[in-house]
Design a binder for this molecule. Structure first.
Ligand code: 5GP
Ligand code: MN
Length: 323
């Protein structure tokens, strides 16, 4: 693996280029969108042109984000882009946008399983959210931390810490959140916008997931399954944080949410209490993430994929001696 670059190198790289395409991972979340938009607003302030591009439509839950209208939904990098910046994205393929790898590229991420695929790779797995890294860039470039940028960056740390709940909720994360509030972000308005305005369809889909809840390995593993028909019937694909319901059960060490997203195609969310590194397991299947929160996609008959992955987790728990 290449060594990670430094903040100084990143800032120098940005200073000497222009016309950026900023992209992130498919199924973008609060950290990827908040970081991408905050970076775009930062670049605006220093006179640089940029486009935020995602390979699908803007998720409903994040449409209210400041500057969200800057997001362009398309599957190919804009023609006028001269350099690409991938934010929170483990590899080019996961961006869902083609052509980013044909440009000079910068990769900014806080995931341990990042593939270091760009010309310049700045990876800091100690950052609770990629937004904290964007803030460092912003400061170095001399951008003003206005209310919009503070709001975007607050969203990154709110969502990536699971509302200040996960193990990445440390003193720097809280200090960062506090700095964003001091700069104008409104904590309760943001929490309400992100978590308090769900369409009923999502709650019904969560009911489908919960009714499939199964425990195994002596109660150490809990998993849920959503068949393709559930997504069709409910008319939503929003499953963000569903898996936490399973992880919250007494005695559960690892939880999984299996989503049948197409014929013989399953997306999986994994969570761990720290007993095993689920990013490691996800990486065996081309996925990645964090030690306690990871994901991957598996092709093939969904039932076999499910059973194999559960067996793999079971074995890892036994090997780790996790009771
Ligand atoms: P979630 O289960 O919430 O979709 O994802 C949990 C964590 O794993 C997030 O940090 C997410 O970015 C990462 N992750 C989810 N799916 C994948 C994947 O297919 N590849 C990689 N590299 N990371 C993933
Ligand atoms: Mn993140």
């Amino acid at each position: 693996m290449n060594a990670t670059s430094s903040l100084d190198q990143v800032v120098e790289w940005l200073r000497s280029r222009d016309d950026f395409a900023i992209a992130s991972h498919a199924d973008p979340d609060g950290d990827s969108l908040g970081s991408s938009l905050a970076l775009a607003l930062t670049l605006d302030q220093v006179g640089k042109r940029s486009t935020v591009v995602i390979g699908q439509s803007m998720p409903r839950r994040y449409k209210w984000l400041p500057a969200s209208r800057r997001v362009v939904s398309r599957e190919y990098v804009p023609e006028d882009a001269r350099a690409s910046i991938l934010v929170e994205c483990s590899d080019f393929g996961r961006s869902g946008v083609e052509g980013l790898d044909t440009l000079e590229s910068l990769n900014i991420d806080h995931h341990t399983k990042n593939l270091m695929y760009a010309d310049l790779n700045w990876i800091d797995s100690s950052a609770a959210a990629t937004g904290m890294m964007i803030h460092e860039i912003s400061k170095q470039l001399g951008a003003d931390l206005n209310k919009d940028i503070a709001t975007l960056l607050y969203v990154t740390v709110l969502t990536d810490t699971g509302s200040f709940h996960h193990s990445n909720t440390d003193a720097p994360a809280m200090a960062f959140a506090s700095e964003m509030l001091a700069a104008g972000a409104n904590a309760s308005e943001i929490a309400e916008a992100v978590y308090g305005d769900y369409p009923a369809a999502r709650i019904h889909l969560m009911g489908d997931a919960l009714s499939s809840l199964t425990r195994t390995a002596g109660g150490r593993i809990a998993y849920m399954f959503l068949p393709f028909s559930a997504f069709e019937r409910r008319g939503t694909r929003d499953t963000e944080a569903f898996v936490n319901q399973a992880q919250g059960i007494d005695g559960v060490r690892v939880s999984l949410l299996f989503k049948e997203v197409g014929p013989d195609l399953m997306r999986i969310s994994l969570r761990s209490d720290g007993a095993i590194d689920v990013a490691e397991i996800a990486s065996h299947h081309g996925g990645g993430g964090h030690p306690r929160a990871a994901g991957c996609q598996i092709e093939g008959p969904v039932q076999a994929a499910r059973e194999n992955l559960i067996a793999e987790v079971h074995e890892a728990l036994d090997e780790a001696g996790a009771r």
